[in-house]
Design a protein around this ligand. Structure first.
Ligand SMILES: [Cu+2]
Ligand SMILES: [Zn+2]
Length: 166
């Protein structure tokens, strides 16, 4: 891991304006989903801050929802009647790695009464590389094993990553 002089200030760094933003919206079947994913360049890494609401809720104590979360290599949140976000394409994978070592593989989101909040650090990609690509939230957890995409199920929400000018 890179040495991060500002690690102690990570929480304050993600309070500044982000370098890139994806506004996320749900598919027709998941219209209530909305939120944003904020990307901050932090020395040799990227801090990611995810704020989503309107996610499907679990039905019991052993069904607390978890949603696979990736950057896909496509550039549009469009698709077809069978897969509304089919144009998102495959996981962003410039290094030709296996899942879950794709550059676009990120920690899944935990659903809490339809909300999800996540903050994490990654050095799998740079801000520049992901501009114009898309973030995808899936209906199922990521099993971190099945190829090529972790058996993550339906794409329920999508957002195009855009540069945020500071
Ligand atoms: Cu995905
Ligand atoms: Zn992957």
């Amino acid at each position: 891991m890179v040495v991060m002089r500002n690690m102690n200030n990570l929480c304050s760094l993600i309070e500044r304006r982000p370098d890139a933003v994806a506004m996320v919206r749900g598919s027709d079947a998941y219209r209530r989903i909305r939120g944003r994913v904020l990307f901050y360049g932090v020395e040799d890494a990227v801090a990611v801050r995810v704020e989503i609401e309107g996610l499907p809720r679990g039905r019991g104590s052993c069904q607390n929802p978890m949603f696979a979360f990736h950057i896909h290599s496509g550039t549009k949140c469009e698709g077809n009647p069978k897969d509304e976000f089919a144009d998102a394409g495959m996981h962003y994978n410039p290094g030709n790695c296996k899942h879950p070592y794709h550059a676009g593989d990120m920690p899944p989101l935990l659903g809490v009464n339809g909300n999800a909040l996540s903050v994490f650090l990654t050095d799998r990609f740079t801000i520049r590389e992901i501009i114009g690509r898309v973030v995808i939230i899936h209906a199922n957890p990521d099993d971190f094993m099945t190829q090529p995409s972790g058996n993550s199920g339906e794409k329920i929400a999508c957002g195009v990553i855009k540069r945020a000018f500071r």
